[in-house]
Design a protein around this ligand. Sequence first.
Ligand code: NDP
Length: 353
Amino acid sequence: MSVFAAAKIVFFSVLLHLFYLFLTFAADYEQNTLLSMTSTQCLIIGSGPAGYTAAIYASRANLQPILIDGPQQGGQLTLTTEVENFPGYPDGVQSFQMMDDLRRQAERFGTRFVSGIVTRVELGKKEENGSIKHHLFLETEEEYVADSVIIATGASAKWLGLPSEKEFMGRGVSACATCDGFFYRGKTVAVVGGGDTACEEATYLAGLCQKVYLIVRKNYLRASEIMQQRVFNNPKIEVLFEHNTKQLTGENKVQGADLIYRKDTPDEQIRHIDIDGFFLAIGHQPNTRLFASYLDLDEEGYIQTIGNSTATRIAGVFAAGDCADPHYQQAVIAAATGCKAAIDANNYCKTLS
Ligand code: NDP
């Protein structure tokens, strides 16, 4: 055999080996990609009343929905105790029980639940075959792909934004009386806000604490009449109208608060109260940051839907519940829009086949 022929054999065997390596790598790559990617017709983000109701309807429509729980399984309703205004519970219901009932109902029809937080989205992406898909990525980089997405990410508690609020977080400052009220038995606390949440939290805390201040920035409560009456009839609650919180004071934990009475008026005064706990109940902001570059949001960040539907500006993407509702923010309305979103998603999916 000539040197040239031997070199040719070596060259081709190296080439063959490289080709084999490439095929193995490509197969591994494809397998890994497939392993971390799950496809379905309908993805639901959020596990509050909107998400669970969407799941019940989407699974009954055979969309084989996958519901991604988000950071708070059961949504913000689980931060409260008893729900008295959801139709069908004449004696009220514990919020955990209600959310568990909704979850089990969705499970019964085949909804698949995933524990995780969506950290990145690619909505309305054109695939190689020309179809439009929506991609969601979890914090683990697991990828979910679907024809339709129902966003039901709800809203989270707002904070005043005081430096001392951050300083005392978890050491006297809380946004959830139900979660943390127990630690303040027999003590004095303050609740900030004048809406239903503030009145509910103040009433709840009055059942545990020696005294509750309700700090209200206006000279009236925004809460419903029944909630107001509960507050006014409770001898342990003192309502401080026209007060704003200037700062929290204390060493290592909340021991007091400096309040401003009639801020920016000739009557302005600083008042100090001694407290052990400070609870925020000043409303919520929508959890929609992830979608800001894709969808139309209003100035407060709520997702804007089209007409009387749950459709957004991206075909196949729907929004339900508090993330798209700056006005009502009621569990029953969230549930109803979850139902609408599933019907809208089903109608959309039908147009694809
Ligand atoms: P709301 O938006 O109704 O009320 C927020 C309150 O916080 C208002 O009184 C507002 O004052 C005050 N506030 C806002 N920002 C500040 C600030 N920076 N400093 C001081 N005060 C501030 O929120 P809620 O969470 O109370 O209620 C949301 C929705 O949920 C409502 O529709 C309510 O009816 C519903 N809900 C129903 C319940 C039930 O039926 N069991 C229980 C809880 C909530 P201002 O009035 O001056 O704007």
